[in-house]
Design a protein around this ligand. Structure first.
Ligand SMILES: NC(=O)C1=CN([C@@H]2O[C@H](COP(=O)(O)OP(=O)(O)OC[C@H]3O[C@@H](n4cnc5c(N)ncnc54)[C@H](O)[C@@H]3O)[C@@H](O)[C@H]2O)C=CC1
Ligand SMILES: O=C(O)CCC(=O)C(=O)O
Length: 526
């Protein structure tokens, strides 16, 4: 059911102030209208979350894992209503949204297994050494504990997998943190459906209602009020650099500053190494254009920058890429605002004196259509104007021709922090590529070879992060099992009698988790 409510724990409430969403493919306003949550709702949701925190954080792994799995059941039970609403609100096609639902459910299940397996607790026991000279060693036991209620800002470009029940929510709930979601105003109906599914799972699991609340709204005041609330202890965010920075500032200025894990902007350099360029430059073009234009280019992993050494092989690549882009179909963007900012970004590049427009995609009928754009410049111009390295969110990319390898390295070193870097290499390029790895690792969260950066695997070894401004904290990842560590902190317990020890570090190990005992990894009892 969608009736425009906000969810304060189990309670669906309507706010007097309302907002609407639009179908970006038609520009028409959708029904119903939605509650625009105000300060009272923030206060009530944060109070419930704080009340729920001690009980929820103390749940045993099996209870918490079963709850995460119950959320997946409730999401799947929404059936086609969820997909149809998400299609209407985002302009994304059915197949993409069905895939995204699969990813959302898969992420929750993955975190359920993570919770059961127990490595996230990092349980570490250094037994007492009462006879040690010159001083005895105390009994020390360390484990991770949940931070407290977490605010989650869903992303517009993944209305399921990075939104209400997305990776931030899944990892925070897995860590034992209640979640207050600030719903993205571009897909409030989708958000409400998923929020109601989570609330049902909370109820069925017999957990305190404050484990999850959902606050829809279109104002910056709402987001600010959630982050300012003293009961909120961490923030997960995916969106614009401006939005992420604003929330970081608010969080830092609180009486008690809190961490903000914001994933913001990136242009994801692709380096085509000389032998690969020579041998198969033109052949690389179609896959590059496909990665660039997929989903109207609305991925933070979109390949927005190509670096290579100038010459006939690069010219052939650019020509083939231009040709492929010319044939690319226009695609509906997520919101009128995102479309307008894409057009503005493309216009700024197109009118730049040092930039050539190589090609544009097909122009279509209708509103909010992304027409792909490919540009070319040289390294000197790129290095002289930082604006050329700013993200244009959508299917826009710029090829930078470098004089030689030294200049190419200079361009890489000049880049802001990025989510990804891609190397296209042949066997003969490997020696030079090896030298680039540390330079790239200094700038990005993920380095990939002979692939394309869009499409992030949800896996234990994934890093979807990177130095600022790709994210606000390059020590973390927002995708994959590592995302749980953003919402945990270590606590050391010294000389506690057995009766006071939490299960995770008690001698009996009733949860059967793998631990580190006296510096050595214990064999996993599982
Ligand atoms: N890094 C990424 O993955 C993504 C980046 N973007 C970028 O963001 C632009 C706009 O897209 P949106 O999804 O609308 O992102 P946005 O950053 O404008 O909004 C994201 C969420 O943060 C809230 N918010 C934004 N600014 C705020 C502020 N100053 N104070 C409090 N709350 C605030 C919004 O209400 C929304 O819930 C795109 O054109 C693109 O450049 C968008 C989607 C994903
Ligand atoms: O490419 C993907 O699968 C994920 C990209 C992403 O995280 C984003 O666009 O926000």
């Amino acid at each position: 059911m969608i009736d425009g409510a906000m969810l304060i724990g189990a309670e669906a409430r309507q706010a007097d102030k309302r907002f609407t969403s639009v179908d970006p493919s038609t520009g028409k306003t959708l029904t119903p209208d939605f509650s625009s949550a105000g300060p009272d709702a923030v206060d009530a949701a944060a109070a419930l979350a704080a009340e729920a925190f001690p009980t929820y954080a103390a749940t045993d792994p099996e209870t918490r894992a079963a709850f995460l799995e119950a959320i997946t059941d409730e999401i799947l039970a929404l059936g086609d209503e969820l997909i149809l609403r998400a299609m209407q609100e985002s302009g994304l096609p059915r197949a993409r949204l069905e895939g995204e639902r699969g990813r959302t459910v898969g992420q929750l299940k993955l975190f359920a297994n993570v919770v059961r397996q127990g490595d996230w607790l990092d349980a570490t026991i250094d037994p007492a050494m009462p006879d040690r000279q010159p001083l005895p060693r105390p009994d020390l036991r360390r484990m991770n504990v949940a931070l407290g209620p977490v605010a989650v800002f869903g992303a517009s470009n993944f209305p399921l997998a990075f939104s209400v029940a997305g990776g931030d929510t899944a990892s925070a709930l897995a860590a034992g943190c209640p979640v207050v979601v600030k719903g993205h105003p571009a897909h409030p109906g989708t958000g409400e459906l998923v929020a109601r599914a989570i609330a049902k799972a909370v109820e069925k699991a017999g957990l305190p209602a404050g484990v999850f609340s959902y606050l829809p709204g279109e104002t910056n005041e709402l987001g600010g009020a959630i982050v300012r609330d003293p009961r909120i202890k961490a923030v997960g965010f995916t969106g614009s650099r401006g939005g992420g920075m604003a929330l970081m500032k608010i969080a830092a200025e609180r009486d008690e500053p809190i961490p903000v894990y914001a994933e913001m902007s990136a242009i994801n350099p692709v380096v085509i190494m000389p032998h690969a360029l020579e041998a198969r430059g033109a052949a690389l073009a179609p896959a590059y254009v496909q990665s660039l234009t997929m989903g109207a280019g609305q991925f933070c992993t979109n390949p927005g920058l190509v670096l290579a050494i100038a010459g006939p092989a690069l010219d052939a690549f650019v020509e083939a890429a231009g040709q492929a882009l010319t044939e690319s179909a226009p695609t509906t963007m997520l919101t009128p605002g995102i479309h307008a900012s894409f057009e503005k970004g493309v216009e700024a590049l197109a009118s730049h004196a040092a930039v050539t427009t190589v090609a544009r995609g097909k122009v279509g009928e209708g509103v909010n259509q992304a027409v792909g754009a490919l540009f070319r410049t040289d390294a000197e111009a790129f290095l002289a104007d930082r604006a050329l390295g700013h993200e244009v969110f959508g299917s826009s990319s710029i090829v930078v021709a470098c004089r030689d390898f030294a200049e190419l390295k200079k361009v890489i070193a000049s880049l802001e922090g990025q989510l990804t870097a891609t190397l296209q290499i042949d066997a003969e390029d490997e020696a030079d590529a090896k030298g680039l790895i540390p330079v790239l690792a200094d700038r990005v969260g993920r380095i990939l070879v002979n692939g394309w950066p869009t499409g992030v695997e949800v896996a234990p070894a994934m890093v979807h992060g990177g130095p600022f401004p790709a994210t606000s904290d390059g020590r973390t990842t927002s995708v994959g099992t590592g995302a749980i560590y953003r919402f945990l902190r270590p606590v050391s317990l010294q000389n506690l009698p057995a009766s006071l020890l939490p299960e995770a570090v008690s001698d009996a190990n009733p949860w059967g988790i793998a631990r580190r005992l006296d510096g050595k990894r214990e064999a996993s009892p599982r």
